[in-house]
Design a protein around this ligand. Sequence first.
Ligand SMILES: Cc1cc2nc3c(=O)[nH]c(=O)nc-3n(C[C@H](O)[C@H](O)[C@H](O)COP(=O)(O)OP(=O)(O)OC[C@H]3O[C@@H](n4cnc5c(N)ncnc54)[C@H](O)[C@@H]3O)c2cc1C
Length: 296
Amino acid sequence: MAFAIRLKQLNPDISVCVIEKASTVGAHILSGAVIEPGPLDALLPGWRSNPPPVCVPAGEDEFWFLTRDGGYKSPVVPPGMRNHGNFIVSLGAMCARLAPQAEALGVEIYAGFAAAETLHADDGTVLGVRIGDMGIARDGSHKPGYTAGIDIRAKVTVLAEGARGHLTKRLIKRFGLDAGSDPQSYSIGIKELWQVPEGRTTPGKIVHSLGWPADSRTYGGSFMYHLENNQIALGYVSGLDYADPQYKPWKPSSNGRTTRRSSPCSKAAASSPPARVRSSPVAGRRCRRWRCPAHC
Ligand SMILES: Cc1cc2nc3c(=O)[nH]c(=O)nc-3n(C[C@H](O)[C@H](O)[C@H](O)COP(=O)(O)OP(=O)(O)OC[C@H]3O[C@@H](n4cnc5c(N)ncnc54)[C@H](O)[C@@H]3O)c2cc1C
């Protein structure tokens, strides 16, 4: 969406079209993220006076090493975890807020249409995408509302499908785009949005942890972002290179909530049921020095 806005800012005369598989922009964006506002300031200088619904200035940072019985708060917050000047946002709400601004600049947004394959010239050049057929029954037959997918051709096609996008994967393979690069590593993030009793949150507080419930051979860590209205975004990220085939990424996430005594989790979130649970793959290059759970 940011790319579409920028293109129109640079050249209002070109035609820019965004295809989004979700029924509305932002509906398939899962992350409650801490973002650096610099790029947004450059793209839309007035955004701070009209912020998206979830947008909390980052406050205090904490970094914990958790154990089964509690945890130790690090006296030093690693550089990559220092969030002064950043904002905790819901990326879904942020994208939904960007969509009308893009449309106001003339960007055409087609929500509810998934690109199924890329179109190519004889020499392999990408010419656009083909939208998937709609109205196909499980057995492959056409339902009454069947509509054949159309081709959308463009001078430039930008794929922004997120981690492990299937069109991107095919192009990487076809054109060897990853040649000479480090292999991509993947994690899976389990995120919950908690409504906690009054007085347990400090809006803007950001807590990251390493250690328990992951064992010493498994890469993983938690994040906890204190929002407004007594809400907390709480999550656990597990590296997908775990050796134990029985490992279930959701399990450390729920175990992590049971840690006792001094952990930040028990203080803020204990005994409150999760309001929403969502999971999504996350791609990132690991910060090897700090084994950063948020891939920042
Ligand atoms: C729980 C969690 C917490 C995170 N926390 C942070 C954080 O604190 N800080 C941080 O920097 N990052 C964080 N991340 C990572 C960050 O959210 C992602 O890196 C980022 O959202 C990726 O942006 P993207 O635009 O590449 O893809 P996405 O945000 O995944 O957007 C892809 C879009 O493309 C659409 N799409 C996909 N395929 C198609 C198709 N074939 N046709 C049409 N539309 C399609 C999707 O519906 C979606 O709207 C977190 C991620 C998770 C899951």
